[in-house]
Design a protein around this ligand. Structure first.
Ligand code: MRU
Length: 352
């Protein structure tokens, strides 16, 4: 059984329990977040990470905010909830799922503003748990849709971690691999190390090995070579935010992979739920990109690897233009060669 990335423990007076991903794969430790501040820190420092998991965590953070509120009226509680959601939204700027989940929580609070505060807390907990349960189902649907693109004996290259650990329990890009594996197809994986925080080395290999899937770890800079050597049949990655025209923000290094994929004629797929699309953003240029501390590349995991005082540039994500993407796989189906028109038609279909 894969570990549960995140869950709410108890009733409205309970707390959020999550696996501390900064310690993996050396230590499997669960932490409990009992207030919004601890939850905010867990998102900021990537104890919980991956766009869908961040959304679920933030939704549960709002329940913690409602729990701590001293408000005696429904309206008072709703304004505390709005403040808490605004605060949690500052944890990380890129993943669309964070803002999407917080909006759902705000809406749930507003819709029950007439009720007693304790009833609103119950409503908010139910909404957060629904977001989690929906993610379990959505990822399995993404997996089934994407598995059609994988043939028996294929080798997939992936970047960062878009697996169980990045979602409630199944994954998007890795969910596609899990679904193909469950269908009896033999699938092998090259996992990029994913500098500087090593989500590929630490997390993707860990969860693939737990599921008995053949995985080979490579340095990020080996990706071009394995494509040149004809060792990769397809590339599968997740997404943090997809603009209306298909431009996709994902872990820095994804763009290089997409360009290399074009050069070597390797199909390049993005797997993501509809909640990762931000149709209010017309193109990738307008996606806010998180800048991380230089320390993460000069002194990662406590070991200095660059001179003190060296200048750094450390964006957490890059944007792959839609025209480099062979297809985007969602819970609703497959958007081939994404364009603004194709994406808006996909949404229209999905919302029918
Ligand atoms: O900085 P991280 O580890 O949160 O970045 C995660 C990614 O880039 C994932 O590929 C993305 O969030 C999709 S997770 C299903």
């Amino acid at each position: 059984m894969p570990v549960r990335t995140i869950e709410w423990v108890g009733e409205t007076d309970g707390c959020v329990r999550l696996i501390d991903q900064t310690l993996l794969p050396v230590e499997t430790r669960f932490i409990e977040c009992k207030d919004p501040g601890t939850l905010w820190e867990a998102i900021k420092s990537l104890r919980v990470r991956g766009a869908p998991a961040i959304g679920i965590a933030a939704a549960m953070g709002v329940v913690l905010g409602a729990q701590k509120s001293q408000a005696e009226t429904g309206a008072g509680l709703v304004s505390d909830v709005e403040r808490c959601a605004d605060y949690l939204a500052t944890a990380r700027p890129t993943a669309a799922n964070l803002f999407w989940a917080l909006d759902r929580m705000r809406r749930a609070a507003r819709e029950s503003a007439e009720k007693h505060p304790e009833e609103i807390r119950h409503r908010l907990l139910a909404e957060a748990n629904t977001i989690l349960e929906e993610d379990r189902d959505i990822c399995r649907r993404i997996g089934r849709n994407g598995a059609e693109l994988i043939h028996d004996g294929d080798t997939v290259l992936t970047h960062c971690n878009a697996g169980s650990l990045a979602t409630a329990d199944y994954g998007t890009a890795l969910g596609v691999i899990y679904a193909a594996h469950e269908q009896g197809k033999r699938v092998s994986v090259f996992a990029d190390e994913t500098r500087p925080l090593l989500q590929g080395a630490r997390l993707t290999t860990w969860e693939l090995m737990q599921r008995g899937i053949d995985v080979t770890l490579i340095c990020d800079n080996t990706a071009g070579l394995v494509m040149k050597e004809d060792k990769v049949n397809l590339i599968l990655v997740g997404a943090d935010r997809i603009a209306a025209n298909g431009d996709t923000a994902n872990k820095v290094g994804t763009y290089s992979l997409a360009v290399l994929a074009g050069e070597h004629d390797v199909p390049f797929y993005v797997a993501a739920p509809l909640s990762t699309f931000d149709l209010d953003v017309d193109c990738g240029h307008n996606i806010p990109i998180e800048q991380r501390s230089g320390e993460e590349i000069t002194c990662g995991f406590g070991r200095r690897t660059a001179p003190k005082g060296v200048k750094t540039y450390s964006p957490a994500f890059d944007v792959t233009p839609g025209y480099h993407i062979t297809a985007i796989i969602t819970e609703h189906g497959i958007i081939a060669r994404p364009t603004t028109k194709g994406i808006s038609e996909h949404f229209a279909e999905a919302n029918k």
